[in-house]
Ligand binder design. Structure first.
Ligand SMILES: Nc1ncnc2c1ncn2[C@@H]1O[C@H](COP(=O)(O)OP(=O)(O)OP(=O)(O)O)[C@@H](O)[C@H]1O
Length: 308
């Protein structure tokens, strides 16, 4: 199947001379949830803005549903919904009109039943006659989502959707995302919250300095880069690791009360069984053992050298 979004050799140099994207290529399959992770200034918003036809690329090409985002912008805009970071709509307009008008802007015929459904899903229906300026910040965010869904897009972009939103909105938002996913809508989100990517994404892309450092199925990524840690709590503290255990990658923690063994989940043999036997043979008695899997955050920090 052809990808629904295809980005080839994208370069963006802003008027200031700053190169925000350096030869970015990626493909997005229909129906997937892709999370783009990256520190501030990585180029996430620039990439999304180009795909959505808001910013022009310096060079390279983006196709959405087979259409070119620059040449065939009407077609691509009708397929795409974008939830931007900030609201820029007329503050004196009502919620209902704002969302309905947005549907028209994307070239779709009026459909009050759809607008009603969207507003209800986002708990906005009882505010439909309020002006935007009368809404709280969280409700304005809901309006942004409603606008993006007003024309029933096949692809939804969410630019840092949960930055600074409360628990309820977050919950509603993910319910909406799940519902859309079930109907086959492709979802691309940028986020600083790694747990979020870990929870909902099928695939994860890491961007830094205008380049895609990696893009991979989440489960593959965790398998490939994921390390696991075995913690062995000891009955008696030790000060040095016995000679017989020098073949294992062990470190002493908690002032000698714990031994930490690092192993790779991808390798066939973890070495845990032989390690435990060797510990017993060395006369080291165990109090407890536990394991910890490295998270996407650990992987991200390793790649980018910073926290998102
Ligand atoms: N209009 C512009 N003119 C010049 N430079 C810009 C412009 N817009 C963005 N940039 C620069 O391009 C780089 C990438 O910005 P972008 O907004 O794409 O990053 P981001 O990954 O979305 O960051 P954040 O997580 O902070 O939103 C930044 O260094 C930014 O300062």
């Amino acid at each position: 199947m052809a990808p629904i979004v295809s980005v080839s050799n994208l370069v963006k140099t802003y008027a200031s001379g700053f190169q925000a994207l350096k030869d970015v290529s990626l493909e997005i399959e229909e129906g997937e949830i892709l999370a783009l992770l990256g520190p501030n200034g990585a180029g996430k918003t620039t990439l999304i803005s180009i795909i959505c036809g808001i910013v022009n690329p310096t060079s390279g090409e983006v196709k959405v549903g087979g259409y070119d985002v620059v040449r065939d912008f009407r077609e691509t805009r009708s397929i795409i919904g974008l939830v931007p970071q900030e609201l820029t709509t007329d503050q004196f307009e009502t919620v209902w009109n704002t969302v309905s008008f947005s549907r028209g802007l994307h070239g779709k015929k009026p459909d009050p039943a759809h607008i009603e459904r969207v507003l209800k899903d986002l708990s906005l229906y009882d505010k439909k006659d309020n002006m935007l300026r009368e809404l709280s910040g969280g409700m304005k965010r809901r309006v942004l989502i409603a606008k993006a869904l007003s024309h029933e897009p096949r692809i939804l972009f969410l630019d840092e959707p949960t930055a600074g939103v409360d628990v309820n909105l977050r919950k509603d938002m993910w319910q909406v995302v799940e519902k859309l996913r079930a109907t086959g809508v492709t979802i691309i989100l940028t986020t600083h919250y790694i747990e979020e990517a870990e929870e909902i994404a099928d695939r994860v892309g890491v961007i830094n300095g205008g380049k895609i450092l990696l893009i991979e199925q989440k489960t593959e990524l965790m398998k490939k880069l994921g390390r696991k840690e075995l913690r062995v709590d000891l009955q008696e503290p030790i000060s040095t690791i016995p000679e017989t255990l020098s073949g294992y990658e062990l470190t002493i923690e908690d002032e000698g009360h714990s031994l930490i063994y690092d192993y790779n989940t991808a390798s066939e043999r973890t070495g845990i069984t032989t390690l435990l036997t060797a510990l017993a043979e060395a006369g080291i008695r165990l109090k407890d053992i536990s394991t910890r899997q490295s998270s996407l955050e650990d992987i991200f920090v390793e790649l980018v050298g910073a926290r998102a």
